[in-house]
Design a protein around this ligand. Sequence first.
Ligand code: PMP
Length: 392
Amino acid sequence: MIYLDNHATTPCDRRVLDRMLPWLTEKFGNPHSTSHEIGREAAQAIDSSLNVMGAILGVAADSILMTSGATESNNLAIDGVCRHPRQKRRNVITTTIEHPAVLDVVDRLEKDGFRVTRVPVHQQGHESAGQVDLAALRDALNEDTALVSVHWANNEIGVIQPLDQIAAMVHEAGALLHSDATQAVGRIPVSLAEVDVDLLSASAHKFYGPKGVGFLTIASGCHPRRVRLKPLIVGGGQQRNLRSGTMAPANVVGCAAAMELACAEIESTAREALSLRDRLWSGLNRSIDELRLNGSSLEPSGRLVGNLNVMLPGIEGEAWMSATPGVAFSSGSACSSVDAKPSHVLTGIGLSESEARRSVRFGVGKFNTRDEIELAIAALVEGFQRVAGSLQ
Ligand code: PMP
């Protein structure tokens, strides 16, 4: 199997697993039971992991909250800000192409009486297709806006959002900015010392760490825009009362180790992924007439370098996938592939439902090789020709 679905998840790096294992075996202490050495060493492992992550992300270690992943982080950021008892503002702004872990949260807020604005993005054909329409965002912001949630990079079309410009607008309106950076962390530089985001979510399994762990950074302490959150999970009061429950030292160590490795290797990984992705696109484009690129141009400044999203002439993405079982890729969003509806990201950039169904996503990652890409191109072209031939 050639794995080209690195936006859905990435394999855990063996070096990360090796760093985690002691915390699942002999070093089994509860990090909140610090009256003895075994608990204290677990607490210290968590502290030093948070320091590593804080240094990379440009935030204080104590503004990082460990969670079960980006889904929980997004829920906490959005619900937590909007449902805080001292929150007076009733408007939330997001985009039409966010992950369901954002869109479903704002849908629920809307049912509960909040006013939700879903700002459009540039349409297919625009050089920056998928980027937020900044004029529409400016028009949507108002004195009642509590929070704006815009992802850093998209999981289907890889578009990178202009977060620094968005942050300036949002803060001028006195609102808070949340960004779902799940597809960005470890792939492109993400520093909150440079981009002024108040809440940031991510999951370790997208940067070669374990599944089931992620984080939310929260502007706090002496930050000029202190964020007040209503917790989702209450109980023992761990993590400053914001997320009760015993922390998992192995997961926290794994998340930090994965982030450290991904960021140390970010340039070489990106160079290689860009070259392999470009080869995949040119190989497919040469053999499949009228194959179309979905989303923005392939320029690295506006699009994740491992991302490729293409529309086929005549056949559905699902049929291509079934005809090419040796290659792992996805139609629409893997996270919602249980849902047969066409991708809201693709319809959000203006594709029709039938065009969206004819589209697939590839995500090239750091363990892919040149040989794999050549084999994948041959298998994909052969699979396409078989399905297209059987339809004639
Ligand atoms: N946001 C984005 C942009 C994602 O790509 C994903 C995972 N597909 C998530 C949130 C949810 O992450 P998790 O499933 O790890 O909670």
